[in-house]
Design a protein around this ligand. Structure first.
Ligand code: PLP
Length: 415
C-alpha cells in the first residue's frame, strides 16, 4: 500500500531548506496562496451589496498575516481585547472590525465601541449591559442561535447545547428593545456551521438568515441592513475531501438572495462573512523533525513538535495530512502513531497512519496548519511556542514571530 498524497502549498525544497537552516518545529505560511484565496472569495461574492469578509483573527493572530488580508480588503473579526488591539495596530478603523464575542466583559465592549467596531451581541441581557456600562452605539448586530431548528456540527456542537446567541423569541424581543433604546442601524449574525465542506449546508445557512431578516422586519419593523453569515467554510484536510468551490458557493447564495431578498422590503441587504479556517488553514504548514521511533504494542514515531504547536488532532481527533519531506509517494512500511512529548496520551498528530520509511532527522510537514494551529498553542509541560515564517510572494522567507525562550516562559514568575 502506498501512502496517499496531498499537495503542500509550499514546495518541499523550500521547506527542507528552511528546516536545515533553522530549529524545528516552526509554522510557515504562503502569502501568495492566502492572497489568491481571499481574492477568490471576494470575487465569488462580488454580486452581493457591500460584501465583506471579516477574517476571524483567532485563526492566525499574527499582524503580518492580518495585514495581508486587510490589504486584500478583508475586515477583522475579533472576539477579545487582544484581537481588537491587534486589529487596531494593523490600521483597522471604524466598521473594519466585527466584534463577535460572547460572555463579554465591559472593558472589551468599551474598546470595541471606541474603535467603531460592529458589535455583535451574543445575548438579550447584553443590551442593557452594554447600554449601562458603555452606551449603545448607533449600529448593533445580534447573534442568532436556531436551537432545535438546526443540527449544527461536530466542532460547534448542537445549537441547543451551544452557549452562543439569542433564541428566536429573544431575537425578536431584542431588536424591538434596541430600537426603543435609540439604536438606528441593525445587523443579523449566525455562526452555526464549522469546517463545512457541503455547499448545500453553507447555502442553507445563508437562506435561513435571509428569511429570518425578513421575519424580523415583519414582526418588529426593524430593517436589518446587513447579514453576517458567520465563518465555517471548511478545509479539505483529508486527501479524499473536496474543497468548497467558492465561485459555485457564491453563485448559489446569490440564487437564495434573489429568491428571498430581491424585491422585498430589505432589497439591498448587505452580506458579510467572517471566515477564519478557510482563509489561512490550507496555506500554513507545521514542520517538525523525527527524533525517536518506539515499538511496543504499536509503532510510534516521535517528533519534536507537540500538541502545543497544533492541538486540533488531540482536541477534536482531526485529521491532518503528513508528508515526510523528500519521501512523498514512497510506499508505506506500516502504521504509526505520530506523537509529541507531552505527558498526555492525546498528544498525537496522527493515529495508525501509513507512513514511508522514516529515518531519524527526517522532516515531516503537517498540512493545513495555517488556522487554529499556532494560535491554539499553550505552554503545558513548559513547551515553548515555536516561531512563524512567511514565504513572501517574492520567494523570500521572513520570520514573522520569533520562538519563545525559557526567559519568556519564566518572565511572569518570581524566583
Ligand atoms: C471561530 C469563529 C469564526 C471563524 O470560524 P471558521 O470556522 O474558522 O471559519 C467566525 N465567527 C465566530 C463567531 C467564531 O467563533
Amino acid at each position: 500500500m502506498s501512502t496517499t498524497s496531498k499537495t503542500l502549498p509550499i514546495p518541499e525544497a523550500t521547506l527542507l531548506k528552511l528546516a536545515a537552516e533553522t530549529p524545528t518545529p516552526f509554522h510557515v505560511y504562503d502569502e501568495a496562496g492566502i492572497r489568491r484565496n481571499a481574492q477568490a472569495l471576494i470575487k465569488a461574492f462580488s454580486w452581493a451589496p457591500g460584501f465583506r469578509e471579516y477574517f476571524a483573527v483567532k485563526a492566525t493572530p499574527n499582524p503580518h498575516i492580518l495585514k495581508i488580508l486587510f490589504e486584500e480588503g478583508c475586515g477583522m473579526d475579533c472576539s477579545s481585547l487582544a484581537e481588537l488591539i491587534l486589529s487596531e495596530r494593523i490600521g483597522a478603523g471604524p466598521e473594519d472590525i466585527m466584534f463577535t464575542s460572547n460572555n463579554t466583559p465591559a472593558h472589551e465592549y468599551q474598546k470595541a465601541k471606541d474603535l467603531g467596531a460592529i458589535i455583535n451581541l451574543d445575548d438579550l441581557t447584553h443590551i442593557e449591559y452594554l447600554r449601562d456600562e458603555v452606551g449603545l452605539p448607533e449600529l448593533i448586530s445580534c447573534r442568532y442561535n436556531p436551537g432545535p431548528l438546526s443540527e449544527g456540527s461536530a466542532i460547534i456542537g448542537k445549537p441547543t447545547e451551544a452557549k452562543f446567541g439569542f433564541s428566536r423569541e429573544q431575537l425578536i424581543e431584542g431588536y424591538a428593545k434596541l430600537k426603543e433604546n435609540g439604536v438606528q442601524r441593525f445587523g443579523l449574525h449566525a455562526m452555526i456551521v464549522s469546517n463545512e465542506l457541503s455547499e448545500d449546508a453553507l447555502v442553507a445557512n445563508a437562506r435561513m438568515l435571509f428569511e429570518l431578516a425578513i421575519e424580523i422586519h415583519k414582526k418588529t419593523s426593524v430593517a436589518v441592513e446587513m447579514v453576517n453569515l458567520g465563518g465555517g467554510i471548511g478545509v479539505a484536510y483529508k486527501p479524499e475531501d473536496t474543497p468548497v468551490d467558492l465561485e459555485s458557493f457564491g453563485s448559489k447564495v446569490k440564487g437564495a438572495y434573489e429568491e428571498v431578498i430581491v424585491g422585498s422590503a430589505l432589497d439591498g441587504l448587505k452580506v458579510m462573512m467572517e471566515n477564519g479556517r478557510c482563509m489561512t488553514g490550507p496555506f500554513g504548514v507545521l514542520v517538525t523533525k523525527a527524533i525517536h521511533t518506539k515499538h511496543t504494542y504499536r509503532d510510534y514515531l516521535g517528533v519534536d513538535a507537540s500538541m502545543a504547536n497544533l492541538m486540533r488532532p488531540g482536541m477534536y481527533g482531526s485529521y491532518h495530512h503528513i508528508t515526510v519531506l523528500g519521501k512523498s509517494g514512497e510506499p508505506s512500511v506500516g502504521k504509526f502513531d505520530v506523537v509529541g512529548s507531552l505527558c498526555e496520551n492525546n498528544d498525537k498528530f496522527a493515529v495508525q497512519r501509513d507512513l514511508p520509511k522514516v529515518e531519524m532527522g527526517d522532516y515531516l510537514a503537517i498540512h493545513d496548519a495555517g488556522a487554529h494551529g499556532h494560535s491554539m498553542g499553550f505552554n503545558y509541560n513548559g513547551k515553548l511556542r515555536s516561531p512563524e515564517y512567511l514565504l513572501k510572494e517574492d520567494g523570500t522567507l521572513q520570520m514573522i514571530r520569533r520562538g519563545e525562550t525559557l526567559d519568556d516562559l519564566f518572565a511572569t514568575l518570581e524566583f
